[in-house]
Design a protein around this ligand. Sequence first.
Ligand SMILES: Nc1ncnc2c1ncn2[C@@H]1O[C@H](COP(=O)(O)OP(=O)(O)OP(=O)(O)O)[C@@H](O)[C@H]1O
Ligand SMILES: O=C([O-])CC(=O)C(=O)O
Ligand SMILES: [Ca+2]
Ligand SMILES: [Mn+2]
Length: 658
Amino acid sequence: MASNGNGNVAGKGNGRNGLPKIQTQKRQNGICHDDSSAPVKVQTIDELHSLQRKKSAPTTPLDGVQGAFANFSEDERQKQQLQSISASLASLTRETGPKVVRGDPARRPETPRVAHGPDHYFTPTFAASDSSLKFTHVLYNLSPAELYEQAIKYEKGSFITSSGALATLSGAKTGRSPKDKRVVRDDVTENELWWGKGSPNIEMDEQTFLVNRERAVDYLNSLEKVFVNDQFLNWDPENRIKVRIVSARAYHSLFMHNMCIRPSPEELENFGTPDFTIYNAGQFPCNRYTHYMTSSTSIDLNLGRREMVILGTQYAGEMKKGLFGVMHYLMPKRQILSLHSGCNMGKDGDVALFFGLSGTGKTTLSTDHNRYLIGDDEHCWSDKGVSNIEGGCYAKCIDLSKEKEPDIWNAIKFGTVLENVVFDEHTREVDYLDKSVTENTRAAYPIEYIPNAKIPCVGPHPKNVILLACDAFGVLPPVSKLSLAQTMYHFISGYTALVAGTEEGVKEPRATFSACFGAAFIMLHPTKYAEMLATKMEKHGATGWLVNTGWSGGSYGAGSRMKLAYTRKIIDAIHSGKLLNANYKKTEVFGLEIPTEVEGVPSEILDPVNTWSNKKAYKETLLKLAGLFKNNFEVFVNHKIGKDDKLTQEILAAGPNF
Ligand SMILES: Nc1ncnc2c1ncn2[C@@H]1O[C@H](COP(=O)(O)OP(=O)(O)OP(=O)(O)O)[C@@H](O)[C@H]1O
Ligand SMILES: O=C([O-])CC(=O)C(=O)O
Ligand SMILES: [Ca+2]
Ligand SMILES: [Mn+2]
């Protein structure tokens, strides 16, 4: 049917066959509602699009200039910023930085502001190679929304889930690669750091570091664009560290945006030179022919240069934990203890620390609806009290449920990075039970996504120090009160036993001992941290506790994991002070003081022997674990802790006796 030429579709209304003429409704004021709003005041589509985006406040760091930014023009500010970034990305052999411009190359900018090398602008230089002819576009401290767009447009495997989180894949590596960590051994670190058996610090020399650094920098400069994050670590203002993260993926930039402390626009203007820089070229492998390389993955730390290089792994946790290693070096130099622990505070200001290896419950148990969250994973304990190192949380989300962990569930919303989860293609509902990609699925969100986060993330001296162990052997009691010496013994041992969930055929729990509950991240000998912890706990009268979040009623296979609800009740009783004055009895072999009653927890589970139907098997398993503890502690028996031998002897006596 054709139009009749005057806007009326031919129809019944015109006396012919077909549809009636459409009547446009008149409003009471007589204005047709289609034309009720004023038309957009633009001449072209481009003009219309330019109206959509408002210019933001400037966010530019100034090199070395503190507080004087008001004297600089916006132009000057941007130049300074680009200079600083070009200097970060400079090749060491060519001694020049790339030409950097700000913004997405896909968006045609106005005349680009160019920086080439640290001190010259718009100076024509002769191109020594093709790489010096090209621009590197810098996406500087983008917002989560901008990073979402970058990820979705350019990174395969990026999707928005039904709750608004950004689902992403970390590639072949879905966890950290501790065997591929290298630390530069030079005249200084040679004497300062912990090297040799048991140490996580596998050496490399300065020259090899520079080879890998050049490889990473060349890779990053070969890209059309790089992401740069300038952020802070440590909520203690006197011991704040400025970090710059240069990366190739929006996923990495958003992850660090969430995990580090986010500067205010003013703080960013005065950012200046970073104290530490990460070059994350994770998509690009290291060269296996390079000295010290044993795989195509390398995570290289150079404390002298204050730099870290990542090659061959895109797992974002490497950046977070790499920086943690740096803090484990810098903070003890200032008499500040760095801790792989969660931390929260009650309404009355009582602070608790939660130590434990990966998967033992630091994040789960520090995120407590009745308490203020200070942080879930990395803290400092100074003379002033505790401070979180980070600005975000990194929660395991395998089997996550809204009922058991509502605060974490609700934090998985717009802005949150969801790593390696599986979701429904259409509804984008995440299936947290699905381990198809990995068991180590994770959510990284800013700490303020937890409703009762304590901002700023600092608190007074801890009252309770809770050591978490997920004992898949099922022989450690759900809770025991520790003497100071026992606390040190278990802190240095750093025990947990998980069941390798993804590996087929693995039925036996595997014991892991990781000194200070984080041997992978410490830089000094474990006894240095233990000594500091002992001094602080004694000085501030903190009580140590050992909490088993693992198996009850038998080992893995026969028993089952401790109900989270029971563990929460136990933790409540520690916080409230009720457990401190409960009735206790001593266990055999480990000599642990266990309460006879805890409110809300069945009394019979408090002594694990009661929960095993086969008492002989219990005793055998108990002795087996005790043997593993003893073997592990062998390397520490000749180390002195404290000024005299007294504490050392007490610690040695605080282990299992059999
Ligand atoms: N009784 C329990 N206590 C604590 N966590 C439990 C318990 N039962 C099951 N879980 C589960 O164990 C996991 C604990 O992981 P969590 O993220 O808290 O580890 P983490 O100590 O923070 O490790 P990481 O350092 O790797 O972040 C969660 O998935 C939690 O749901
Ligand atoms: O670093 C990671 O990948 C996760 C984590 O917190 C840990 O393992 O302690
Ligand atoms: Ca955690
Ligand atoms: Mn951790």
